[in-house]
Design a protein around this ligand. Structure first.
Ligand SMILES: NC(=O)c1ccc[n+]([C@@H]2O[C@H](COP(=O)([O-])OP(=O)(O)OC[C@H]3O[C@@H](n4cnc5c(N)ncnc54)[C@H](OP(=O)(O)O)[C@@H]3O)[C@@H](O)[C@H]2O)c1
Length: 197
């Protein structure tokens, strides 16, 4: 739910009222927790359409749950809005928004991708899951160690696209499928970054 808040002049001017003690430390001062992107991707780069997924693949939703359960999940505000059930149960939900008045029951709010990483790392997880959408994938991709990809062999209409990524930098370490869901074919693929930056 989008909360309305009257901003003070300082807030409108972008002043921050966080103290140094409450603000998460910058990422390079923390133990670097591996980032994993979880993305269902069509062959034309589409990941979403009109605020939702352009396909329905129950096995993909089950895999998503298995991959993310118990872990911090970072998502953009539009992906949060798109969730049929909020928050994702059994996971720390972290929603990134520039809107300082935004409130999301059951989720942590971050006002930058960096701050989202800081919040996610506070529980000292083994892995931080990046669950979309396009804007958040674009921020996370240069830092990610792993991509858990559902490769969907279809080219649907869409308005949200995965940022292009160079597959030569990634090694396929696992592949399952192809499977079928009605007329759709899809495969589950794990990609690991060949070389850490
Ligand atoms: N296929 C998949 O795997 C997959 C996964 C997730 C989502 N999706 C689909 O993707 C679509 C949503 O993706 P999207 O790209 O449109 O939106 P999104 O990435 O989920 O959210 C974008 C919003 O996140 C906030 N944001 C992004 N970067 C930020 C930053 N650096 N600092 C602060 N806030 C930031 C902004 O929120 P404010 O506007 O509130 O400031 C921005 O408008 C939906 O169709 C959804 O179903 C698909």
């Amino acid at each position: 739910m989008r909360g309305k808040k009257v901003l003070t002049q300082d807030e409108e001017n972008g002043a921050s009222f966080e103290t140094a003690a409450s603000r998460p430390p910058p990422r390079d001062e923390r133990k670097q927790v591996p980032l994993t992107l979880v993305v269902a991707l069509a062959e034309n780069g589409v990941i979403g359409n009109k605020g939702t997924l352009p396909w329905r693949i129950p096995e993909d939703l089950k895999r998503f749950k298995a991959l993310t359960l118990g872990k911090p999940c970072i998502m953009g505000r539009k992906t949060w809005d798109s969730l049929p059930r909020k928050p994702l149960p059994g996971r720390t939900n972290i929603v990134v928004t520039r809107d300082h008045g935004f409130r999301a029951d059951g989720a942590e709010i971050a006002h930058s991708f960096e701050d989202a990483l800081g919040i996610a790392a506070l529980g000292m997880p083994d892995e931080i899951m990046i669950i979309g959408g396009a804007a958040i994938f674009a921020s996370a991709l240069p830092l990610a160690q792993r991509v858990e990809l559902t490769d969907i062999m279809v080219a649907p209409q869409g308005d949200a696209f995965m940022p292009p990524f160079d597959r030569a930098q990634w090694q396929e370490t696992k592949r399952e499928g192809p499977y079928e869901a009605g007329a759709l074919r899809y495969a589950f693929i794990t990609l690991e970054r060949r070389q850490l930056r």
